[in-house]
Design a protein around this ligand. Structure first.
Ligand code: 5AD
Ligand code: SF4
Length: 490
């Protein structure tokens, strides 16, 4: 196979640029628009976006859908019907990447049958040096690669990809400015709202500071206006998003306004539930705890990734807190919010982690008593400092530690849920249960999954459910009441 000439549009990612954290002022653009000509571009064409990874990526997909629909495209879930297929990728662990390369392999056949389909790769993998090279050489059926800082350029890039025979690659390694007013297509009764972009923490295992760039906060008035508008539209729940929400506002030069201040303003908006994710223990300050303790629409759930329970491992991870500091923070939060539900992220098998160090993680988990946790085996990410650290722990040992950790966590989850037996909880009813069409499913304020029997009219409303069967990963209950005027006599 001959190699194509990519020189025309080629802008490949560079980790050297992505690592830079300059003092350049962040500009906010309010002038995004789709021209009349562009708004007809997608007429009679369909798009499909497959999303991998975190909520930030899910929300980016909503933005891309919004732009595509403003261009006249309609959506489809069937790739055979699609004129544009985008893979919004995740780079956090190797298995996330393997899934994308597998999908690219499948799509090659489709592309041979339907050569006019535009196939694009975007999201975090596009920001990786090695990945772009691999796509350029081994997946030449891809038409378009664009990065996380180039999302607002989608309409233009898509046009280029349509009319150009060569692969269009545009990945800015240096983060862009903040672009407001991008159209968004949200579904359901829960909405995500970005409050900041990027991450400056540089934990040694993590690729995110390279794929998402430096920390940039949206202006408070823009965030507040967006949440107010969502309240007006009747959304029941808003999740504020950032890779490290606790760093919100650190980059403002003209105002002293941090995450606690933002939460204090947002709680006054008439929306039933406000959540946030994800927080870094290091920047979790007293003012924020004080504001969260006010409750109301600020739910009593905090996701507080710990990663490891051993101070030496935390140091090697560059987490910038010790086991003791983390536990002190947890104690402070629990004092202020006695009903708080804590969840976390944990990595096992970090390079060189000893059995004793792993046991510190086990003991921390038992001390904090998380209601649930996301647990991972460490996955080396090329370009990060930890990828170069000596690692003599066999893969079987890492897998065994993951199982031991999950067993401990599951026992705690079950006990925590057991304590809810007989209690009545408030559930935001999201839909019909995935596994049982006779049941409805929803979430409590603390984000626990609840299944119960009830009329479909309850979907999108709050129901009172009495817990009858607490399990490890979900709860079963019986409908005890509803605020919904559509369902009388309950
Ligand atoms: N290997 C395994 N897990 C990782 N995470 C981040 N980077 C890695 C990696 N290289 C986990 C962390 C983080 C969550 C989103 O993913 O626990 O909090
Ligand atoms: Fe994956 Fe992290 Fe990118 Fe989210 S920010 S998509 S978790 S790599």
């Amino acid at each position: 196979m001959t190699t194509k000439d990519y020189s025309k549009y080629f802008q490949a990612p560079s980790y050297t640029d992505a690592k830079k954290r300059g003092k350049d002022e962040i500009r906010v653009h309010y002038d995004f628009s789709i021209s009349d000509e562009m708004s007809r571009f997608g007429a009679n064409k369909r798009y499909m976006i497959r999303t991998y990874g975190c909520q930030m990526n899910e929300h980016d997909t909503e933005t891309m859908k919004g732009m595509l629909e403003a261009m006249g495209f309609t959506s489809t879930e069937d790739k055979r019907e699609a004129d544009v297929i985008l893979l919004n990728t995740c780079a956090i662990r190797e298995n996330a990447e393997d899934k994308v390369f597998g999908e690219l392999g499948h799509l090659k056949h489709l592309k041979m049958e339907k050569p006019n389909v535009v196939l694009g790769v975007c999201g975090c993998m596009s920001q990786e040096e090695g990945v772009v090279q691999r796509i350029l050489t081994k997946h030449q059926h891809v038409d378009l690669i664009f990065g996380t800082h180039n999302i607002h350029r989608l309409p233009k890039l898509l046009q280029d990809a349509y009319f150009d025979k060569e692969m269009v690659v545009e990945v800015w390694s240096k983060e862009g400015d903040i672009v407001e007013n991008l159209p968004k297509k949200r579904e359901g009764m829960k909405a995500w709202v970005n409050i900041m972009y990027g991450c400056d923490k540089f934990c040694t295992y993590c690729i995110v500071p390279y794929t998402r760039g430096k920390e940039r906060s949206r202006r408070p008035e823009d965030v507040i206006a967006e949440v107010r508008e969502l309240a007006r539209q009747g959304y029941k729940e808003v999740t504020l998003l950032g890779q490290n929400v606790n760093a919100y506002g650190k980059d403002f030069e003209d105002i002293e306004y941090r995450f606690g201040d933002l939460m204090d303003d947002i709680r006054k908006i008439d929306i039933p539930r406000i959540r946030f994710t994800t927080s870094h223990p290091r920047d979790f300050d007293d003012h924020l705890i004080e504001v969260l303790a006010k409750g109301g629409n600020l739910v009593e759930h905090i996701h507080l990734p710990v990663q490891s329970g051993n101070t030496d491992v935390l140091k090697k991870m560059s987490r910038k807190y010790s086991r003791e500091q983390y536990l002190e923070l947890v104690a402070k939060i629990k004092r202020a919010m006695p009903d708080v539900v804590l969840t976390t992220d944990i990595i096992v098998g970090f390079p060189g982690e000893t059995e004793e160090q792993f046991q510190d993680t086990l003991s921390l988990v038992k001390e904090v008593r998380y209601d649930s946790a996301y647990t991972f085996i460490y996955s080396p990410r090329e370009g990060t400092p930890a990828a170069g650290m000596a690692d003599d722990i066999p893969p079987e040992e890492k897998s065994a530690r993951l199982i031991r950790l999950n067993d401990a966590l599951n026992e705690i989850s079950r006990e925590a849920n057991e304590r809810l037996r007989g209690q009545t909880v408030e559930v935001l009813v999201e839909g019909v249960s995935k596994n049982n069409a006779d049941m409805l499913s929803g979430r409590t304020r603390s984000n626990k999954l609840v299944h119960f029997q009830g009329p479909r009219e309850l979907i999108g409303t709050f129901a009172k459910v009495t817990v009858t069967e607490p399990m490890t990963w979900f709860i079963k209950g019986e409908l005890a009441g509803t605020d919904s005027p559509a369902v009388a006599n309950l």
